[in-house]
Design a binder for this molecule. Structure first.
Ligand code: COA
Length: 696
């Protein structure tokens, strides 16, 4: 007999065992119907004298993956999750949670309040709320340490990672790992315990003793690792609280903190990014049911720094790679460099020698284009020069399968011109990796006007497969990330001309949350590299930009950055940037030469000029269609260029500031710095006049 509770939860019986099945695709999130359905299942279970035990399990791909994020910010609808969990805790007959897929957040909190927890072999468990700027609010914090101890619970709660079924069993989170069919295994297990009817309450367990210094040590580590993020620190506070507070009172405090966090700006920003990352996978003009092409072997052309890193991305995802170079010598060097990079992973303990050898077997090095006849996709990563790349495209066209995809890794060249030089322009797109390609998460995929929809679907799926955050962008010089960065770099340089110091600018931007300031970053990249990049683009620059040649002067003085021990800063053994009076003198001389008086620049001006120059450029990219959505730009900057995630990305930040204020500030800097640099983009004018933001 099927005892329906509602559209999201059904109840059925197997002898003395009732089985409540949650079915709320796609991830069985705890929306109102699920909470209400489970409460109703508990009502029926408690009223049913024949029923000795209850199993909670889920249909579909996963156990409950947490609260329904779409309900955040809406009025709370009863029953709350806390009320459901309290009912589970007080239930006088045993309830068994049977988990598969990812039991996350509120899903795991439900399991923690059950008498027994079972997991299928592939199940993973975690409390990922911290990644959304939140913390568990329905018993995760007060119960998990009672089961697995304070140190492990603190890691799971403050960092949001997942653990697998076997580790969960070893730690005491799970009672049994079920192999084979979860439902039948769970029913068999529950029939075994139903007879005894033994109820176990996690809330009755004492908090296991732990090392006194643990909280202070972890607090410091978390502050370093998650700079600027509040939730990991509050996690430590709450763990400390739960160790000294009676259970019921601790439950209340945990919930109150969670409510406060839901309303916090950091959580709003992180939730925005969660949705933004998923929205970025939906590509205009590519229907959701578009089948990606099969990619089981790839080629990378060009064994330079980028090519090697890109090859590693595919090897790391177990895809065979053919690396094509012009000579055996360059290929040998590339292979050795790849081995060396993996060697670093071995030293850090994240890879074994055997894994290294397995990975290297995926790499084939060739000099002959004929050897690319069976690859499904090629990433071209040769010198950044249109005629060199066109030549590669022509040669590829002669040997590739008709449906093989050619993806260029160009950073600045015109994708349309490249596509036109291929025999099958519909197979051409861009896959713009960032250096170091094997480490950087961001992947700007580039569409050209004739690229096939299923090529776009393929490079998106492939980007995900290799662990990147793929965002589709359109034709534009420098695409999205670099074009916006170039405006920030320009303002940083202009600020030096106007009287700011490199230290001041770096301090303001790292204070905002960037991992490194622009001048310390330039010292890392190398002044010779920066100067060459400047020369390559000098023809398109304004007269002030052309004359703003501080980089050239530093390079000419041999101040190439960290590699020569001096750039914008001085570097000693410890590689920490130190102030150098010689740079002050060089800047003073530059200002005199250029006729700029030095004035006091406020931190506010530095921040606004650097960030608003980016936002203004982004608005132009949106109007040009090179970026499809404001939220895509937020994903690009948070996953690629160090924009702090808790600030949501540049467009989210601008929306928080308010577009009217953004426009006012742009008008102000138009007057101070010049119209050609700060005239508000047409989109900003429109949004300001309509009282709207980038995201609505
Ligand atoms: N509430 C509402 N919707 C959710 C959700 C949640 N907690 N978690 C995922 N979804 C939605 C996604 O938005 C996506 O919807 P879309 O297809 O319309 O874009 C869909 O479920 C699939 O999610 P996706 O992340 O693309 O699938 P995945 O298989 O890669 O990962 C999870 C599945 C559950 C691991 C992942 O979605 C996740 O980590 N979710 C958040 C879990 C969480 O933080 N829970 C605590 C909330 S306080």
């Amino acid at each position: 007999m099927n005892m329906i509770t509602n559209e999201a939860v059904s109840l059925d019986r197997d002898g003395a065992v009732l089985i409540a099945t949650v079915d709320n695709p796609p991830v069985n999130a705890l929306s109102h119907a699920v909470r209400a359905g489970l409460v109703s299942a508990l009502d029926q279970f408690e009223a049913d004298a024949e029923a000795k035990a209850l199993v909670i399990l889920c249909a579909g791909r996963t156990f409950i993956a947490g609260a329904d994020i779409r309900e955040f910010g809406q009025p709370l609808k009863e029953p709350r999750l806390g009320a459901l969990i309290d009912r589970l805790d007080r239930c006088e007959k045993p309830v068994v949670a049977a988990m598969h897929g990812t039991a996350l957040g509120g899903g795991l909190e439900i399991a923690l309040a059950c008498s027994y927890r079972l997991a299928s072999q592939d199940a993973r468990m975690g409390l990922p709320e911290v990644k959304l700027g939140l913390l568990p609010g329905s018993g995760g914090i007060v119960r998990l340490p009672r089961l697995i101890g304070v140190p492990d619970a603190l890691t799971m709660i403050a960092e949001g990672g997942q653990i697998g079924a076997a580790a969960a069993r070893d730690k005491g989170l799970v009672d049994e790992v079920v192999s084979g069919d979860l439902r039948s295994g769970a029913v068999a297990f529950t029939q075994g315990i139903a007879e005894k009817g033994e109820v176990r309450r996690t809330s009755d367990l004492p908090v296991p003793a732990f090392d006194e210094g643990l909280l202070a040590t972890r607090r410091a580590e978390l502050a370093k690792r998650y700079r600027g993020l509040k939730a990991p620190q509050i996690a430590v506070d709450l763990i400390e609280m739960m160790t000294i507070t009676p259970f019921a009172e601790a439950v209340e405090k945990e919930y109150a903190t969670c409510r406060e966090l839901i309303a916090s700006p950091q959580s709003k920003a992180l939730r925005h990014l969660f949705a933004a990352e998923r929205a970025a996978l939906k590509i205009d003009g590519v229907p959701a049911d578009t089948q990606p092409r099969k990619v089981s072997k790839v080629a990378v052309i060009g064994p330079g720094v980028m090519g090697r890193g890109i090859a590693m991305c595919f090897m790391d995802a177990a895809l065979p790679v053919v690396l094509l170079g012009r000579s055996e010598e360059s290929l040998g060097k590339a292979e050795a460099a790849i081995r060396k990079l993996y060697g670093g992973s071995i030293k850090r303990g994240s890879m074994t020698e055997a894994q290294l050898e397995e990975r290297m077997k995926l790499l084939e090095t060739v000099t002959d284009y004929e050897r690319l006849a069976d690859v499904d996709l090629v990433v071209e990563a040769v010198t950044e020069n249109l005629s060199v790349k066109k030549d590669v495209f022509a040669r590829l066209s002669g040997v590739l399968k008709p449906d093989a995809i050619i993806a260029t890794n160009t950073s600045f060249l015109d994708i349309e011109a490249l596509a036109s030089s291929a025999a099958q322009p519909q197979n051409v797109a861009g896959m713009h990796f960032f250096n170091p390609a094997n480490m950087m998460k961001l992947l700007e995929n580039v569409r050209a006007s004739r690229t096939d929809a299923n090529v776009l679907a393929t490079i998106t799926a492939l980007g995900k497969k290799i662990g990147k955050v793929p965002v589709m962008v359109g034709r534009s010089e420098g695409f999205v990330a670099n074009r916006m960065l170039s405006k920030r770099s320009r303002e940083a340089q202009f600020l030096l001309e106007d009287g700011a110091t490199p230290q001041q600018v770096d301090k303001v931007l790292s204070g905002f949350g960037f991992p490194i300031g622009p001048f310390a970053l330039a010292d890392l990249a190398g002044m010779d590299v920066m100067a060459a990049a400047r020369q390559a683009r000098i023809a398109g620059m304004t007269p002030r930009e052309q004359a703003c040649n501080i980089v050239d002067k530093l390079a000419a003085a041999g101040r190439l950055g960290q590699k020569t021990g001096a750039g914008y800063y001085l570097y000693g053994e410890d590689r920490k940037p130190q102030h150098d009076p010689a740079v002050g003198e060089l800047l003073a001389a530059h200002r005199t030469e250029r006729g700029f008086g030095s004035r006091e620049i406020t931190d506010e001006e530095i921040l606004e000029r650097c960030l608003l120059a980016m936002v203004n450029e982004a608005a132009k990219l949106l109007d040009e269609g090179a970026a499809a959505r404001a939220s895509d730009i937020d994903v690009i900057w948070t996953s690629g260029f160090g924009w702090p995630t808790h600030m949501g990305g540049p467009m989210f930040w601008a929306d928080q500031m308010g577009i009217a204020r953004v426009k006012e500030a742009l008008d102000k800097y138009s007057r101070i710095v010049g119209e050609e640099y700060f005239k508000p983009a047409a989109l900003i004018e429109r949004l300001a006049s309509e009282g709207r933001g980038f995201h609505n």
